[in-house]
Write a protein that binds this ligand. Structure first.
Ligand code: HEM
Length: 289
């Protein structure tokens, strides 16, 4: 039994329970912190175990659901096998995999070393930005925190820029990867990068104008885009991959194109709820017990 995959399943169950608890208590900090911790656990796997081991572990997470009720003899369009069944941690238990997963493994085990270097750059720098953006959210740049907030903001922007250069470079090779969706995947990843970077640039533009209120609005949108690009992408793919296994590249294309904008939309709705004066007034008038 692959311990890493089982740990992720257990962690997802705990996270689900925290989300339910969040709805009851209206306290979302544990949900955010757990999401950051699990992201770090997954992404550190690339640095500690190397790209091939981390990818086979990642594919192993998706193997379980996509194989439910699947007749191995059928030829589902979004399913494939891989040489020596090396693209998964499940040894012989699952020999069919999401086609994008087998292609993902093949790209980095049989491709040039530079491709893996780009992936490391993308993962390490985006993970750092993911952590830093929450530090910034919880320590806004007022009073004594101003200097640190400004410095961390600049560092994050540089890391984000470098990380997105790596990801756009990787995406520029996707035209020939039919399992991802070819050109549609390539331009989908470009659109994802553009969505995230546009929010980050707007954060910079607004604060340079001294408009802290608008800066905060764009910060919410930026954080939403990053949560979308990372977590919404992976969780939604987990759910729709088995449902769309008969349609080539459909599931992966949906998340490539949809996850970052959906993240922005959700963050915007949350911010409007937080800022809604009628809701605040209502909670202000709740008598203290
Ligand atoms: C900001 C927009 C993003 C874009 C455009 C993007 C793009 C990409 C691309 C093109 C790949 C490689 C696929 C391949 O070439 O075969 C990839 C993989 C990956 N990205 Fe991103 N990504 C984004 C956000 C993020 C974020 C925010 C994180 C981390 C917090 C992240 C972490 C990863 C990881 C870990 C992988 C390897 C697959 C996995 O194990 O999940 N990405 N991304």
């Amino acid at each position: 039994m692959p311990l890493g995959v089982l740990t992720v399943y257990a962690a997802l169950a705990v996270w689900g329970a925290l989300i339910v608890q969040g709805f009851r208590t209206r306290s979302w900090r544990p949900v955010l912190l757990f999401g950051i911790g699990l992201m770090l656990f997954l992404n550190l796997g690339y640095v500690i175990n190397g790209v091939p081991a981390a990818i086979s572990s990642f594919v192993g997470i998706y193997d379980v659901l996509i194989n439910i009720g699947l007749d191995p003899a059928t030829d589902a369009a979004a399913i494939s096998t891989c040489a020596g069944n090396d693209c998964t941690v499940w040894t012989d238990r699952y020999v069919t995999h999401p086609a994008w997963g087998a292609a993902f493994y093949d790209r980095f085990t049989n491709g040039p070393q530079f491709r893996s270097t780009l992936l490391y750059g993308h993962i390490v720098m985006n993970s750092l930005v993911f952590v830093l953006m929450h530090v910034q959210l919880f320590r806004p740049g007022f009073g004594a925190a101003r200097g640190t907030h400004k410095l961390l903001g600049r560092i994050s922007f540089v890391f984000l820029t470098l990380s997105l250069i790596c990801s756009v470079w990787l995406a520029s090779e996707h035209g020939s990867v039919a399992e991802y969706g070819g050109r549609l995947a390539q331009f989908g990843f470009y659109s994802m990068a553009a969505c995230v970077y546009a929010c980050a640039v707007m954060m910079v533009v607004t604060i340079r104008k001294g408009d802290t209120a608008k800066h905060r609005v764009w910060a919410f949108r930026f954080i939403g885009s990053m949560w979308g690009a990372f977590w919404l992408f992976r969780v939604v793919l987990f759910v729709i991959d088995p449902l769309l296994r008969n349609v080539e590249a459909a599931a992966i294309l949906i998340v490539i194109w949809g996850s970052a904008p959906a993240g922005v939309l959700i963050a915007e709705l949350i911010r409007r709820r937080i800022d809604d004066p009628t809701r605040r007034q209502a909670s202000d008038t709740v008598p203290a017990e």
